[in-house]
Every structure is written in C-alpha cells, then in structure tokens.
Design a protein around this ligand. Structure first.
Ligand SMILES: Cc1ncc(COP(=O)(O)O)c(C=O)c1O
Length: 362
C-alpha cells in the first residue's frame, strides 16, 4: 500500500507511525485482551492515557500551571457556543469583541451574538480576507468580557504573526489549524481552543486551554457539557468522553516529542512553507492568495494565472499521490494544508509538480 501526501485541510494526515501504532494496539490494548475503545473511561488503563496526554501536552507546549487542559466534546465550532456561554458573564455588560479575519471568525461571532452584545472590532472582509485586519486593542471598552481572534485562517491561508495585547481583557484564540506548530507564550491568552483534526488527532473533539481564574463564570443556563468548569472539576470525564480521540492525541504528542518537540517542528514547518511560497513567488504563473506579510505556515493558498487550469492541476496532482489540493470554494484555486505531520518530502514533491505543470501549461 502507498500512502498519499494528503494536503487536505482537515481531517488531515496523521504521521504514519501514529496510524501504525494505533493499528497494532487496536485489538489488544497493551495486553488487556480488549481494544481501548472497548474499555471503561474510568479504568486505570485509560486514566494512564489521559494523564500521559496532559503531561506530554504540558511538556511540549510549556503552558504555565495556572491553565487547565480540557478535552471538550463537539469539535471547534461547539466552542463557538461554549466560549460566550463561559466568558460573557465575566462583566455585567455581557459584551465581547470579535476580530473578523475569515469564515470561521465570522461564524464564531455570529454564534456568540445569540448570547450577548457582540461587536466586530475589525474585519478584512473588504479584501476577501487576504490579510489579518488592523486591530487596536486600546479602542476596546473596559467593560468588554473578552476578545476573540482566529490565530490561523484555514480557508484563506493567513495567520497572526504577533498577537494583540489586550491588557486585562482576556484574549481568546481559535488555534484549530495551528496549535503546536509554533512556539507560543501562553500567558498572552485567557483561552485557547482547537479542534483536534489538524495537528492533534481525529475530528469531533476540541482541546481547550483555559486560565483558571476564568472558570466558574458560566451563564446560568449553560448546559453542563458546555460548561468548562464541569470539565475542569471532572478531568474531562463528567460523562463518557471520546477515549479514542484522546488516545490518538497521546500518540501524536509522543510522535511530536520524538521529532524534537515544538522548536524542531516550527523550523521544519517554516522550511516546508518557504519551499512552496518560493515556488509561487518565482513565477507569474502562480499567484499567492494571501498578503505576503500575513501568510500562514499551515495553509498555503494560491491561484493559477489561468484559472481554467485549476481542475486539471488538482486531478493531475492527485494521480501523482498529491491528494486534496483543491482550494475552499470561498477562495477557489489551490490550497496546500501542510500541518505538522506533512513531511518536507511531500512539499518538495508538490513544488516539483508545480514546476513541471507550469512547463507544460505556461
Ligand atoms: C480555524 C477553524 N475554526 C473552526 C473550525 C471548525 O472545526 P469543527 O469542524 O471541528 O467544528 C475549523 C475547521 O476547519 C477551523 O479551521
């Protein structure tokens, strides 16, 4: 069997060694005579899995001890509801500011506005989200409960290079498409959340990192399974959690540690992105979609100067084992999602294909 280089935006490729380990342990988890998905979430063997996942995440991220690590149901968009439910009540005005840097940022704002007084603090909609909008945190009202940003915009291929200083107003970041891809000072954030399906594991669950003082303020009608303090008090096991997703995340973190951790993967990620951006910038045949100063290292978006060639590009690439390169319908063109698990070799193969395609069609 040949595995393709999977450039899909998510669910995304996982390291082959992680997939093999999960396969090898699937029927018989560490001598138990049963698979991990068949055993209780309250047994000591699963306790060891969740404890190890916590410990590896702490070690790899360097997140300070005053943050809780939560495994929350429902993927990233569920957090679009959970964030306002847990944080709007921090101040009596129930006000939140959202920076609109793309489709998911817009969806997050729309969902939050069901629960409180939500303002759009900045937007780059006018340039079809080709950049992170200019945002001045000094202009925020003091009675704002929190500020929400999307640190990496998966569809448009942009990211925040530096994060805004919101002072005493907690900064909330959707890091779904980049968590653990670069070093971070976690102290800048009140809450970070990320769907697992890019850099962490399977879809359907989110990792939530929350500063402890922000727990316990949920709006009174918050459902228990959206209340972060319920997760924090019960080590994310208030009900039957997605044990398999947590186990897969543990394997991914073990793999990341073997690669040299976040420092090493950041160097590799920058190298991968540079390979593709250099190929785009070296010709007029390809046109990068994102403003150069705002480019994502995880999602590289570009167009072909002759857009009618896009489908041929995608299908020819697919035949060469370069899978899922079609851009999102809101941007069109090509998108190469190159999360942590994508090897340099995959990006080099894409660049070789791009050059050959240009030679034949330019
Ligand atoms: C930045 C970002 N936020 C939110 C989501 C939505 O994630 P989910 O499908 O897990 O709800 C995605 C999905 O790709 C994303 O890229």
């Amino acid at each position: 069997m040949t595995r393709v280089f999977n450039f899909g935006a998510g669910p995304a490729m996982l390291p082959t060694s992680v997939m093999e380990k999960a396969r090898d342990e699937f029927l018989d988890f560490r001598g138990m005579g049963a698979g991990l998905i068949e055993i209780s979430h309250r047994c000591k063997e699963f306790d060891a899995v969740i404890d190890k996942t916590d410990a590896l995440f702490k070690e790899l991220s360097g997140i300070p001890d005053n943050y809780k690590i939560l495994y929350v149901h429902g993927g990233a968009q569920m957090q679009f509801s959970a964030i306002p439910l847990n944080l709007l009540n921090l101040k009596p005005a129930h006000k939140a500011a959202y920076v609109d840097s793309g489709n998911f940022a817009m969806l997050a704002r729309k969902e939050a506005s069901r629960f409180g007084n939500v303002i759009c603090a900045a937007t780059s909609e006018a340039t079809n989200y080709d950049r992170i909008p200019a945002f001045d945190p000094q202009a925020l009202d003091a009675d704002t409960s929190y500020v929400h940003i999307t640190s990496n915009n998966t569809i448009f291929g942009t990211r925040w290079q530096q994060f805004p200083d919101t002072g005493s107003i907690p900064l909330v970041a959707d890091m779904t498409s980049e968590l653990l891809s670069r070093k971070l000072d976690y102290n800048q954030f009140g809450v970070i959340f990320a769907g697992l399906q890019k850099n962490l594991g399977p879809a359907g669950m989110a990792l939530v990192l929350i500063r402890e003082d922000l727990l316990g303020h949920a709006l009174p009608y918050t459902p228990s399974l959206l209340d972060y303090s319920v997760y924090a008090k019960n080590h994310s096991l208030y009900n039957t959690n997605n044990t398999f997703a947590i186990y897969m995340m543990m394997l991914v973190l073990e793999w990341l540690k073997e690669q040299g951790g976040v420092d090493a993967i950041q160097v590799q990620n920058e190298k991968k992105a540079k390979l593709i951006y250099d190929a785009i910038d070296s010709t007029d045949f390809y046109i990068g979609s994102a403003h150069k100063d705002h480019r994502s290292v995880m999602n590289v978006t570009f167009n072909i100067a002759k857009p009618e060639l896009t489908d041929t590009f995608v299908s020819e690439a697919n035949k060469q084992g370069l899978y899922a390169l079609k851009g999102h319908r809101l941007v069109g063109g090509i998108r190469a999602s190159i999360y942590n698990a994508m090897p340099v070799e995959g990006c080099q193969k894409l660049v070789d294909f791009m050059k050959d395609f240009e030679k034949r069609n330019g």
